[in-house]
Design a protein around this ligand. Sequence first.
Ligand code: NAI
Ligand code: MG
Length: 372
Amino acid sequence: MAKYKIAWLPGDGIGVDVMDAAKIVLDKLHFDAEYIHGDIGWEFWSKEGNPLPDRTVTLLKNTDCALFGAITSLPKQEAEAALVPALQGKGLVYASPIVRMRQEFDLRTNLRPCKAYPGNPLNYKEGIDIVVFRENTEDLYSGVEFFPLPDEVRSVITKHNKKMARFDKHPADEIAISLRINTKTGCRNIITDAFEFAKKTGRKSVTVVEKPNVIRETSGLMVRTAREVAKKYPDIQLWETNIDAMCMWLVKNPNDYSVLVTSNMFGDIISDLAAQLVGGLGFASSGNIGDNYAVFEPTHGSAPKYAGQNKVNPIATFLSAVLMLDWLGETSMATRLENAIAAVIKEGKVRTYDMGGKSTTTDVANAVASKL
Ligand code: NAI
Ligand code: MG
């Protein structure tokens, strides 16, 4: 029996291309795993009305972790129109399988490393090495939203906060509310993860990125909690910045920053910015990590226009596999894979189109495999 069971979730579009490539490097690494295919994505929404079928949820429950490619998702009306006729008009609503996995498996930490590997022509500056810790299940992504606004909700809010009266003149179907919900536990967990990582990897600072001067309660809770947690790590500095200023600082002085920690929405934004500093979607890996399960994925989507063309950059997926190996405790294998990826980038001979080359997805996989 293999040492690990991995849920293998290629998904849609280029998700399939990059996962095929990942298989080549993992096999060359002799990673002792059984890969079990799971159905996920647009095809299953169209045919079954569920992009994350129950059998896939069961599969996840019976595996150590998942490696996931990408999925296609479209807005509400387009999603409804894509259903097979038998499922139309039944009130089915498309729910993002990624958001569902994060919530159902409490994958509370989103880990997004952004490292400028030497030789990558897309690096904005050399030496960037930023790791973003994004809270993954709360905040504006809690899914607690109202439209049209029920009268009871409006009156309860008005009762507790006079500022709501300013919106009295707007009728229920012209006002939308999405709640930003953050808990002390959620804040403490993500901040602790960031500090623990900094300690383990010898990093000197953790920067909490929020906006407590304006969003006093939720951002305030994050920053106050960060100050509390930081006391346990006297060797690591806590820096506090506002999300808007941080976007400027990251473009101006990206080398000043090491570990960033933030809430879900701000983390979504800042991690894309940080990823672009080191080559963009072809290099942006991520882990969705909980106490008992984790899903690793490149952060790009299904890029339909390149689907099945063996053209896109699989490095983001390889780097996600590095995170997976690390999380499983296979740290020497993780290091070997990362070094092989770094060597191929440094050599600069095998490059996909985004790096200005003509190599295929498989060429990159074979080049990395040859370094192992
Ligand atoms: P996308 O990430 O799929 O692609 C945007 C563009 O980035 C592509 O056209 C391509 O030029 C480039 N790109 C993406 N991955 C690349 C790679 N590995 N190598 C080289 N170039 C790459 O985003 P888009 O076009 O906004 O969304 C397409 C679909 O993917 C949508 O249905 C969207 O909802 C979904 N999506 C899914 C995500 C996921 O599965 N985690 C994340 C983001 C979008
Ligand atoms: Mg995003």
